[in-house]
Structure formats: structure tokens, C-alpha cells
Ligand binder design. Structure first.
Ligand code: HEM
Ligand code: HEM
Length: 171
């Protein structure tokens, strides 16, 4: 395997943010499954929810940073149109899921978001919670997960079959 030179790879900041985001998204699903598997009302259930919220807020911040970086940095090589479209959809999920998760937490669950107690807890609002929980639901999150699976398979195809350097430039 030939290692690519720095000029042939995506800028280090974009690579770092890509893998950090991928790791945090894995944590988001893991913390959600761990929360669902723990006893209602227990301290550990609360801990998993708060960890989930914290990781979700970090994903939101990183995605804003990443979109800003993309405007200012030159990416390596070209990307096929279907992949560009899928990446665009990813950015949509990476922004939309945290916003509606935050609304769900703020207007439904508790005054404590990701280890911070809000200074003035927002009033519970069932209409906002209903909308936010529909959008921030298993169904939507699992569509996102399925697309991540397709993205991973496409990366495997590039890396193992085509061997065209698309994976190595993100490494
Ligand atoms: C990319 C980011 C995120 C992903 C992939 C994600 C994923 C999920 C999933 C799969 C569920 C279960 C949904 C269900 O029960 O139908 C969930 C629940 C939840 N998430 Fe997220 N989430 C993200 C970000 C956030 C953020 C930023 C917050 C808040 C700060 C948040 C707060 C919540 C809350 C409050 C619940 C409901 C917990 C309950 O049922 O009591 N999420 N999330
Ligand atoms: C939560 C998981 C993931 C998310 C949300 C995600 C998201 C993205 C996004 C948005 C891009 C486009 C970057 C840009 O042009 O700004 C991208 C590129 C890329 N991703 Fe992922 N990714 C994830 C996981 C993975 C995994 C597991 C792999 C490999 C096994 C992978 C391999 C790649 C590669 C090789 C590129 C570069 C494509 C190119 O240069 O045209 N990603 N990813």
C-alpha cells in the first residue's frame, strides 16, 4: 500500500473532525441503547441520557466548525456526485438531530441538559415535545444509521476493490 503525501490528502483539520464526529455518533447510539437498557428512574439511566446529550451537543458544534472549515480549506481530489449528495444529507442529519434532541430535552424531560442545570427551566410544552420526539425518533435516527452503513460500504469498495486512494486521503 502506498501512503499518500500530505498534498494528496484532505486537510488535517477536516480529517480530524470527520473521525471525531464518527466516534461521537457511535457514542450517541451506544449511550441511547445503554439508557434504554437501564432501570427507569435510576441514576445510571440519567447518566446515559446526559452523556448522550453532551455528545450530541459536541456533534452539533463540530458540524458547524466543519462546515466553516470546508469553506476555507481546499479538499483533495474530486468526489462523485452521488457521494456529494449523500454527504449533504449527512450534514442535514448532523444539524437536525441535535436541534430537535435539544428541544425534546428542553421542553419535555428535565431542567438538566448534559450536566448543566438550566438557570430558568423552560416550561413543559407537549406540542413541542411531540414534534421534536417525532423528528428525533428511532425511525429518523435509524435511517441515518442505514446511510452511515452505505457510506461505510462505499468506503470499503473504494479501499478494497477500486484502491483509488479515496479512503487513504481521509486517513
Ligand atoms: C447526531 C445527534 C444525535 C443522535 C444520532 C441521537 C439519537 C437518538 C436516538 C436514536 C434516540 C431514541 C429516540 C426514541 O426514543 O425514539 C434519542 C433520544 C433522545 N435524545 Fe438524542 N441524538 C442526538 C443528539 C441529541 C442531543 C444534542 C440531545 C439534547 C441535548 C438529545 C437528547 C435526546 C433526548 C432527550 C432523547 C429522549 C430520551 C427519552 O426518551 O427520555 N439527543 N436520541
Ligand atoms: C458517523 C459516521 C460518519 C459520518 C457522519 C460521516 C460523514 C462524512 C461526510 C459528511 C463526509 C464528506 C466530507 C466533506 O466533503 O466535507 C465524509 C467523507 C468520507 N468518509 Fe465518512 N462519515 C462517517 C463514517 C465513516 C466511516 C466509518 C468511514 C470508513 C470506513 C468513512 C469514510 C469516509 C471517506 C473515505 C470520506 C472521503 C470521501 C471523499 O474524499 O470524497 N466515513 N464522511
Amino acid at each position: 500500500m502506498r501512503f499518500l503525501g500530505e498534498a494528496e490528502r484532505h486537510p488535517p483539520a477536516l480529517r480530524a473532525v470527520h473521525w471525531l464526529t464518527a466516534g461521537l455518533v457511535a457514542c450517541l447510539f451506544a449511550t441511547n441503547w445503554l439508557r434504554e437498557g437501564s432501570a427507569h428512574g435510576s441514576a445510571i439511566r440519567k447518566f446515559w441520557l446526559q452523556s448522550h446529550e453532551l455528545a450530541g451537543c459536541a456533534v452539533f458544534g463540530l458540524t458547524l466548525l466543519r462546515l466553516g472549515l470546508r469553506l476555507g480549506l481546499r479538499k483533495a481530489g474530486g468526489t462523485a456526485r452521488p457521494a456529494r449528495m449523500l454527504h449533504g444529507v449527512f450534514y442535514g442529519f448532523l444539524l437536525m438531530l441535535p436541534v430537535f434532541g435539544l428541544l425534546w430535552a428542553l421542553f419535555g424531560a428535565s431542567a438538566k441538559i448534559a450536566f448543566w442545570t438550566l438557570p430558568a427551566p423552560a416550561a413543559r410544552n407537549p406540542a413541542v415535545v411531540d414534534l421534536a420526539s417525532r423528528i428525533h425518533s428511532h425511525v429518523v435516527a435509524y435511517v441515518f444509521l442505514a446511510l452511515i452503513g452505505i457510506h461505510g460500504l462505499a468506503a470499503a469498495w473504494h479501499g478494497l476493490v477500486r484502491r483509488d486512494g479515496v479512503v487513504r486521503r481521509m486517513w
